[in-house]
Design a protein around this ligand. Sequence first.
Ligand SMILES: Nc1ncnc2c1ncn2[C@@H]1O[C@H](COP(=O)(O)OP(=O)(O)OP(=O)(O)O)[C@@H](O)[C@H]1O
Length: 297
Amino acid sequence: MNGLIEVEDLTVRFGDTVAVDGLSFRLEPGRIHGLLGRNGSGKTTLLSVLGAFRRPDAGRVTLDGVPVFERAEAVHRICFIRGHGDTVVNDWPDDRVVHALGFAAITRPGWDQPYAERLLDRFDVDPQARVGELSKGRRAALGITLGLASRAPVTLFDESYLGMDAPSRYAFHHALLEDFAETGRTFVLSTHHIEEVAPLLEEVLVIDRGRLLLQATTDDLREQGATVTGPAERVDAFVASHRVLDERRLGPTKAVTVFGTVSTEQRAAAVAAGLEIGPVPLQDLFVHLTEATKETR
Ligand SMILES: Nc1ncnc2c1ncn2[C@@H]1O[C@H](COP(=O)(O)OP(=O)(O)OP(=O)(O)O)[C@@H](O)[C@H]1O
């Protein structure tokens, strides 16, 4: 199946705005990658280029060595689900859900109709409903269905589950993991629901103002800090020499998230002092990293 994406010196401009600014990275195949960034950081623009929807102003994107833009052999292997459900409605305003599926069946070489029908059932979307009359969450669920049932070796979801309620989002995560375990497809998910999606992600890219801020495995990222919980005074003493990202207090107990490496010795000392020490929440790390670059603007 493969699905290696290589991005070299990619730049996209809108007039004076540089939405993607000389990005270079590679996405290993057979992983679920998370694309994080603050509003306006360039996620949608980047995914549009990866999904072959947009020609870059400079640089290139290849899939297994083949440039993606206007090359059918690459385009057919990538499925890009743009934004939330309204995009689905723009594509098929007056059509029924079954017709949207019928179109996908013609255009997607790996289309899996029984799987699509199972997903619609799971998301409680009526195949006979008109797309334009679906609720916001069900439009999003249709987009998710089109992406998953495409069975495309590379599938890109751009905040695709916006508007879906929590049970439906969980159903999406579950379906995605099931599919990933079965097929080993490459997924890229852009999201602002960081903690909710974090357990799915093997690797994370953070972009900021069109540039790559970091690319790391989720495990490595979680090592870049810790959450220390216990009696407030002891926690305060322990974190005094660390950079604090977040702190919460409940009665005499306090939980503090710190940034930076916490050594094995420090961890052992914390446990000996009766403190609990856990991983840093990805969202706290993300806020810290992107705030830090904002301060340097
Ligand atoms: N069609 C367009 N015309 C002009 N500027 C655009 C266009 N699309 C995006 N931009 C600009 O490019 C930059 C990156 O936008 P983009 O939508 O890629 O960011 P994003 O990370 O997806 O944001 P969000 O999280 O808010 O959806 C922003 O400054 C945005 O205003």
